[in-house]
Design a protein around this ligand. Structure first.
Ligand code: HEC
Ligand code: HEC
Ligand code: HEC
Length: 395
């Protein structure tokens, strides 16, 4: 909860303060392509390309449209999950203002918005088994993958999870695959959209998994700290890809990339191979971006496959709360503020993954850190570093 409120506060603040204008570049619609790529990738073994069948197909009472806990997924998604309202968000006054700023006409009819809010808008006909409408918003297949190849077989009672995945259902149980599915819409947002006032996106696999109203039983054979690091590494890869695409990124996008890279680099000391320890520079030249992209992806894969338990999470927390000296002194204030923004969210998530009595002790010092990092312009690295030391002393 804490984290979510925090993100919204950041978003509001940043929107208010982001009114300085930078040179305009035409944004490219990449998310739609990514969405389709992901859908295809999960069914790579299939000879027939998978097609989307639409939520109505999943929603019959005997399947996922019932009222009991075994069949309630559709009703629950429709009434409780914000994803089912993502299309109608494009018809709000706020969206209309953004669309006007960007001169793109109706937000609900433009790929720059629908790529994430309504993936079925403008989906090529050969990827649909029946005509599908944008109003469906972000629905079952946006996460579980296009269903034409597995829709029938997945209902067989003798089918295992592995068999369903072989038939093309996306293996959301696998952290790396889950992170890739969510991050496609939850991290990289073109500089143009940011300038037009779209909320900044911060991807946190653990936090967003906790806050998505849950229509499934989580199988706890992964650790939340592990989900956190997998998610951060994937987020870094996506921000890196954004810098590889954009000729003129907003300076804030570069700062946020540098801050996340710093955080992931601090975190990777507890996981991954020697390759991860090569220092990564802050510059945005082609070779460096390629290196960061490759290493971030590799770290995400390795973390999701690693054996994790509380020891690693605690080790990570100790590590991340010992680096206060990197938030002031030689580091420029705007970068330090962005580092602190990402660091605080990390501490929040990782402490939530610890047993309740340890987590409770961290509550008060964590609140102070949140308060110090909230307004980027007012951020003071030396104060924050002192509070961080206090947080560390409770571990
Ligand atoms: C096809 C794009 C897409 C995918 C894939 C996607 N989301 Fe979302 N998500 C959205 C959009 C768009 C919204 C905003 C909905 C609105 O209010 O209009 C959203 C909102 C949310 C929210 C509520 C707002 C917030 O950030 O707290 C959560 C939580 C969330 N998504 C979690 C997830 C998780 C977890 C996954 C992966 C399992 C995921 N999403 C996959 C597009 C997507
Ligand atoms: C990269 C994917 C992506 C694209 C492209 C995108 N959005 Fe979003 N949008 C999201 C996500 C994810 C959220 C939820 C953010 C959160 O709450 O943390 C969101 C939130 C919003 C919100 C705030 C909703 C609320 O209830 O607070 C509005 C308004 C919005 N988007 C409009 C637009 C418009 C208009 C466009 C096109 C100009 C657009 N979006 C393009 C992913 C996207
Ligand atoms: C934003 C992403 C997202 C959307 C949209 C979504 N799901 Fe899921 N779903 C998940 C995740 C994540 C899991 C957990 C997967 C796991 O651990 O194996 C899941 C699990 C499930 C499960 C397994 C339940 C269990 O306890 O094992 C079913 C069934 C399911 N979803 C059906 C649906 C249906 C039907 C819809 C559409 C009405 C839908 N989902 C929409 C992300 C999503």
């Amino acid at each position: 909860m804490l984290m979510l409120r925090f993100i919204h506060i950041f978003t509001k603040l940043n929107n208010n303060r982001r009114r300085v204008t930078f040179s305009y570049t035409l944004s490219r619609v990449v998310s739609a392509a990514l969405f389709i790529t992901l859908a295809d990738a999960s069914s790579a073994a299939e000879p027939v390309p998978a097609k989307f069948v639409g939520v109505e197909t999943c929603a019959t009472a005997g399947c996922h449209g019932g009222a009991d806990p075994k069949h309630f997924q559709f009703q629950f998604w429709k009434h409780s999950d914000p994803h089912s309202k993502a299309f109608s968000t494009l018809n709000t006054a706020r969206s209309a203002r953004m669309a006007e700023d960007l001169k793109l006409g109706d937000a609900a009819q433009n790929l720059q918005c629908t790529s994430c809010h309504a993936p079925f808008h403008a989906l090529p006909a050969n990827l649909m088994s029946t005509p599908l409408k944008a109003i469906e918003s972000v629905s079952c297949e946006s996460c579980h993958g296009a269903a034409s190849n597995w829709q029938r077989s997945h209902t067989r009672p003798d089918y295992s999870h592995a068999q369903r995945v072989t038939a093309g259902m996306r293996d959301l149980h696998h952290l790396y695959i889950r992170a890739n599915s969510c991050v496609a819409c939850h991290q990289a947002l073109s500089s143009d959209l940011l300038k037009a006032g779209h909320p900044e996106l911060i991807f946190e696999l653990d936090g967003q998994t906790q806050s998505q109203p849950r229509h499934w039983q989580e199988k706890h054979d992964y650790h939340r700290g592990q989900a956190w690091l997998t998610g951060q590494a994937v987020a870094l890869r996506e921000l890196t890809a954004q810098l590889q695409r954009e000729k003129n990124p907003e300076p804030n996008v570069v700062l946020r990339w540098q801050a996340l890279k710093w955080l992931v680099q601090q975190a990777r000391v507890v996981s991954g191979t020697a390759d991860h320890l090569v220092p990564l520079s802050d510059e945005t030249g082609k070779a460096n971006l390629e290196a960061v992209h490759r290493i971030a992806d590799q770290l995400a894969k390795e973390t999701s496959d690693a054996e994790w338990n509380e020891t690693q999470t605690l080790q990570l927390l100790k590590r991340l709360s010992s680096i206060g000296n990197e938030l002031h002194g030689k580091v420029a204030q705007p970068l330090a503020a962005r580092r602190a923004e990402r660091l605080v969210l990390a501490l929040d998530r990782l402490s939530a993954a610890l047993p309740a009595d340890t987590a409770k002790k961290l509550d008060a010092p964590l609140k102070q850190l949140f308060a110090s990092a909230q307004v980027l312009e007012d951020f003071k690295g030396d104060t924050f570093a002192k509070q961080l030391a206090e947080f560390a002393s409770q571990l």
